[in-house]
Design a binder for this molecule. Structure first.
Ligand SMILES: O=P(O)(O)OC[C@H]1O[C@](O)(CO)[C@@H](O)[C@@H]1O
Length: 544
């Protein structure tokens, strides 16, 4: 048998089988599938690492599932999972290992990379972070003027922002409420100004979070922060008391003026979008304390173990990855909605956008060929029930099918009257309504006027995954993030792409560097962009 990597995915017999199977089931709907099998909900639900997944409202049969598993087998998913866990350099284009799983491994479980146990390094950094956090919390770390630190501003972008801010919001319930946390990411000066306008510099700590320590936005915001601080505190010595860095680039951190003693590092085997549980999570640890941070890591690890050890047919990330691929590549669903029914998870969809789309938004396979199939769907979403009063109309009656993940918890962290019951009732109702819709017959029975029936019909057959957990704890958050990380891995492994590079973001950065000096003033030299870009630059020069 030829290996799946040496031939196009779509020419594999397992792919053709799925295509044939798709033709035979594309007209069946969820109503018929449920009517045909009273135990469908049980057949297509699974529990793992404390999360419950009901995937019965997907357009699948047992045969679909078997064929998807056969495809994953042909693509050597198990071997690829093992390669990641074993520290092989699976990020081929950057020649790097991909070992975010080592960030949450217990110290008793070494992971070797080039003969070195990276878990040991991870735990050394974690305990330095914990010591630092305790000093901030107990007030023994003081600002330049002797005041205690009350405000923390994380400056970073992409993976150096989205993970920290998402987790800060998600775990706010557990956070030190007497402290203020802000996150500055955008190069738009408004972000910095609004984040700092009510802060006292003498009580403020900046965390400069950047894997590379060269990112334009972060470095610009960092020097603005340094100016802001020094204009108030005067002495450059204040930098040591008010700035710490999280980075892999020691030389650049020192160049900025930060003592390496105040730097927390991580390996180049941690991708930016996989780094919230590395030192990049320092602001999270400052917010919730070391104990909760360690609990979050334990949650991540539990899902890692589940992913590594559970057979594919019971493996949550494998199932979610395969279902997403089925919808994307066979039904042609171009987007996936992420709808947490949990206000604390309000930034979770934004976090998953980077995780998923920066990982799998690729058109070239590992072997350098242009894919002839779709890869990553567009990921988007908002918390429920807010979304229901906004864009759900389109999900129910629009012309495109949008498979969605609905995420909820049995218990609220803020029980208030019957709010939580109403919240979960809405979540379950949406999943039911999307799957089964409302038929013309049912509407007629309700006595709806004939001319209104076409407008009121909901065709149903809209797939959802329902993910449930007990309550939103630091550990549950870790499990959820790891679930999606690994589901992204599964899809990338089958598509045969490098889920861990991000070359596509480079071109825009290079072109921006070229345009920055051109906006300052006319150099006298003619602009050599296309006519549209030239005209935009000229218009800006004229107006500013
Ligand atoms: O942490 P850094 O090096 O500042 O990078 C920030 C982000 O920029 C990107 O490289 C994309 O431009 C992301 O992958 C990364 O998370």
């Amino acid at each position: 048998m030829t290996s799946a990597n040496s031939v196009s995915l779509t020419s594999l017999s397992e792919w053709s089988e799925l295509s044939r199977h798709y033709e035979s089931i594309k007209k069946t709907n969820l109503r018929a599938l449920f009517d045909a099998d009273p135990s469908r909900a049980e057949t297509f639900s699974v529990q793992g690492a404390g999360l419950f997944l009901d995937y019965s409202k997907n357009r699948i049969t047992s045969e679909t599932f078997e064929k998807l598993l056969a495809l994953s087998k042909r693509c050597d998913l198990t071997g690829k999972i093992a390669a990641m866990f074993n520290g092989e350099k699976i990020n081929q284009t950057e020649k790097r290992a991909v070992l975010h799983i080592a960030l949450r491994a217990p110290s008793s479980q070494p992971v070797f990379l080039d003969g070195i146990d990276v878990v040991k390094e991870v735990h050394e950094t974690l305990s330095r972070m914990a010591t630092f956090v305790r000093r901030i919390h107990d007030g023994s770390w003081k600002g330049q003027t002797g005041k205690i630190i009350k405000n923390v501003v994380n400056i970073g972008i992409g993976g150096s922002d989205l993970g920290p801010v998402m987790a800060y919001e998600a775990l706010k319930f557990y956070s030190h409420r007497e402290m203020t946390f802000r996150f500055v990411s955008n190069i738009d000066g408004t972000d910095f100004v609004e984040a700092t306008r009510d802060l006292d510099p003498s009580e403020t700590l900046f965390i400069l979070s950047s894997k590379t320590f060269t990112t334009l936005e972060t470095m610009t915001n960092a020097s603005t922060a340094r100016d802001w601080l020094l204009s108030s505190l005067g002495s450059r010595e204040a930098i040591a008391r008010h700035f710490v860095a999280v980075s892999t680039n020691r030389a650049e951190v020192m160049k900025f003026g930060i003592d390496p003693e105040n730097m927390f590092g991580f390996g180049d085997w941690v991708g930016g979008r996989y780094s919230m549980d590395s030192a990049i999570g320092l602001s999270i640890m400052l917010a919730v304390g070391p104990v909760h941070f360690y609990e979050m890591l334990a949650g991540f690890h539990e899902m890692d173990e589940h992913f590594k050890k559970t057979p594919p047919e019971k493996n949550l990330p494998v199932i979610m990855g395969l279902l997403s691929l089925w919808e994307n590549n066979f039904f042609g669903s171009a987007t996936r909605g992420i709808f947490p029914y949990e206000q604390y998870l309000k930034r979770f969809p934004a976090y998953l956008q980077q995780l998923t789309m920066e990982s799998n938004g690729k058109h070239t396979t590992m072997t350098g060929n242009r894919v002839n199939y779709d890869t990553c769907p567009v990921i988007w979403g908002e918390p429920g029930t807010n979304g229901q009063h906004s864009f759900y109309q389109l999900i129910h009656q629009g012309t495109r099918i949008i498979p969605s993940d609905l995420i909820g918890f049995f218990h609220s962290l803020n029980p208030l009257g019957n709010h939580h019951q109403i919240l979960l009732a809405n979540m379950f109702a949406q999943s039911e309504a999307l799957a089964f819709g409302l038929s013309p017959e049912a509407l007629r029975k309700q006595g709806i006027a004939e001319e209104l029936i076409p407008h009121k019909v909901c065709e149903g057959n809209r797939p959802t995954n329902v993910i449930l957990a007990d309550r939103l704890t630091p550990a549950t958050l870790g499990k959820l993030v790891a679930l999606y990380e690994h589901s992204v891995f599964v899809q990338g492994a089958i598509w045969g792409i490098d889920s861990f590079d991000q070359w596509g973001v480079e071109l825009g950065k290079v072109l921006a560097q070229r345009i920055i000096p051109e906006l300052k003033e006319s150099t006298g030299k003619p602009l050599v962009h296309d006519s549209s870009t030239n005209a935009l630059i000229e218009l800006y020069r004229e107006k500013v």
